[in-house]
Design a protein around this ligand. Structure first.
Ligand code: GRG
Length: 314
């Protein structure tokens, strides 16, 4: 079996960050804070977070902050949204620098996006999606501020998005999709509400995502994509059914998506690499306990030592 080209991936991540006028940097301009979370978490998983200047990263993160609302934008001068607020909080967790935040202000921004039915909007424009429920719960939990929302209603909304096949969609009646399933299972895990899940039914739907090539897809009849290694495996771990996947075949699929010369991982073999798939490939390997990669927490999507530091201060 091919091996993880860890050094090349580290070099790829550090150079993508520096090439500000490259194609990848340009297409990621509006989601740069998400990109920072993907790249920096990968570095940490590979024990190389020190390859970047922590103070410089923290300064840049704070330049995306909107003190009047308490939220973060995807880049400097961009409007705030919960998607980027979670990434900002996660990156600050990696560097153990939550001290730079006005925690109550950020938590109030997120809590203020909860709607009457328990759902969350992504920003002031009001789009509702179970992604935002997960993001709100994850952010507030990392900030120790879950008490600022109506948690029962938040859980009830997520449960109302459960389908007859055991999966979850973006809203009530929405098609089951592995990405949304991660969000709903993660939200229920964070709130201690996993008893709402039929583990065997959902586990079966999730393990059926493994394709002949060993990779995982996001829903029936779709092609495998490295990113589902994370969305599907993390969900299976949270419901204790990860042994229903052929880990060896999936590991091979991910390793075959690497550019072993210049680093990076793509969605499927022979495609162009990008930072998103590099992160989800390494994160998937982490969930399968690949040697040399730090273990990850499946609900918070951060290295386990970072999550332990936050909740246990160890
Ligand atoms: C902290 C890890 C982490 C996540 C934050 C943003 C978010 C919360 C979760 C996103 C979950 C999600 C919906 C993931 C799916 C992304 C994806 C590859 C969508 C593509 O969907 P289609 O329909 O592709 O274009 P398929 O694979 O179905 O053909």
């Amino acid at each position: 079996m091919a091996e993880l080209a860890a050094d090349q991936h580290v070099r790829y991540i550090v150079t993508v960050e520096k090439k500000k006028d490259s194609f990848e940097s340009l297409v990621m301009e509006h989601i740069r804070l998400n990109g920072a979370y993907w790249g920096l978490t990968t570095l940490d998983l590979l024990h190389k977070l020190h390859a970047v200047d922590a103070a410089e990263v923290v300064d840049w993160i704070m330049s995306c902050y909107h003190p009047e609302s308490g939220g973060f934008g995807g880049n400097v001068g961009h409007d705030p949204h919960v998607l980027y607020t979670l990434s900002a909080v996660q990156v600050l967790c990696l560097f153990d620098r939550l001290d730079v935040l006005d925690i109550d202000k950020v938590a109030d921004y997120v809590a203020g996006l909860q709607n009457e039915d328990g759902s969350f909007s992504g920003d002031v424009w009001g789009e509702v999606d179970t992604r935002f429920s997960y993001i709100a719960l994850c952010t507030l939990s990392l900030l120790h501020r879950l008490h600022k929302i109506n948690m029962q209603k938040a859980v009830d909304f997520v449960v109302s998005c459960k389908n007859l096949d055991g999966g979850f969609g973006a809203m009530p009646g929405g098609e089951s999709h592995a990405g949304q399933i991660f969000c709903c299972v993660g939200a229920l895990a964070i709130t201690g509400s996993l008893h709402h899940i039929d583990r065997d039914l959902l586990g079966w739907w999730l393990c059926e995502r493994q394709c002949k090539d060993g990779g995982l897809n996001g829903r029936p009849e779709k092609l495998a994509d490295v990113c589902y290694s994370w969305w599907v495996l993390s969900s299976l771990i949270m419901i204790d059914r990860v042994h229903w996947i052929d880990k060896e075949k999936l590991t091979k699929f991910i390793l075959n998506c690497q550019d072993k010369e210049t680093g990076g991982i793509s969605d499927r073999p022979d495609n162009a690499v990008d930072i998103y798939h590099t992160y989800f490939g390494v994160a998937g390997l982490s969930l399968m306990e690949y040697p040399g990669v730090k273990p990850m927490d499946p609900a918070y999507a951060l290295p386990l030592d970072v999550v332990n530091r936050i909740f246990l201060r160890k």
